[in-house]
Structure formats: C-alpha cells, structure tokens
Design a protein around this ligand. Sequence first.
Ligand SMILES: [Zn+2]
Length: 155
Amino acid sequence: MKEIKFVVDGMLLGLGRWLRFLGCDVVFFSGRRKNFLLRLAEAEGRTILSKDTRLCAEHPERCIYVHGENIQAQLQEVRSLFLQDYRPDLYLTRCSLCNQILQKVTRESVRNQVPEYVFDHHQDFRLCPVCHRIYWDGDHARNIKKILESLWVTR
Ligand SMILES: [Zn+2]
C-alpha cells in the first residue's frame, strides 16, 4: 500500500489526531503563513487537508477541502478519498502526540513506568521513541478502535 501523508491546517487538528489513531502519517500546521504550509507539503510530499476555500481553489493539486463539520464526517470524507484499504493492524501504531511509529517493548521494561494495575492487567506495551510515552490497550484504546471500526460500516 502506498502511504499517503497528510498535513492538516489549524482548523482540522482534531481530524489530524484521529487520522494518527488510524495509523496515518500526519503533521499539524497551525501557523498562518500559507506559503510555509505549501512549502512543507511540497518538501515532504504531503497532501494538505484544509478548511481554507481559497487555498484549496488555488492549489487543487496539493490541497483538499474538507467539508465535514464534525470529526466523524471529516474522517469519513478522508477515508473515502484516500483510505480504501481496511487496515485495523495499523490502528494506534503511532504516537498521537508526535506522529512517531511506536515500538513494541517488553512488559518488564515498563514495570516502573506505568500504574501497577495497568502492569498487572496488560501484556502488550508500546513506546514512543521520541516523547517516551507508553501505550497499552486499555479502555481508552478500545473506545478509539470501536469508533475507527465504525468508519467501515456501510450506511
Ligand atoms: Zn511521542
């Protein structure tokens, strides 16, 4: 599968976070300088997702206008345009804070870094190599996966 990389503008940071949950490579751009945004997208081969009608009209080759007014609708829009492949194996494989791919780590190595009840009840842990945040499949992760899963349910 060819990986599609995105950059989201300041209006779509929430969407960007959810695309990371799906496993997409997404960077956030919250500055105001349109030429910086375009240069970043060009340099890194990213598709811009934006709510800026003018920017999207002027750069249709790089920039997609996202119509949806809520995360669910926006996610569905991006999914139907770019993410046809059903890839649950990629869910929650990136750090939601810094976009890095998480690394599997042994349970023993996180013993002193997670709450005791988490350590006792979970086997699989993943670590962000940049911010060192530790992830596991708790209730929060399960809820996110359930919502992601609903994107593939045909209505
Ligand atoms: Zn991180």
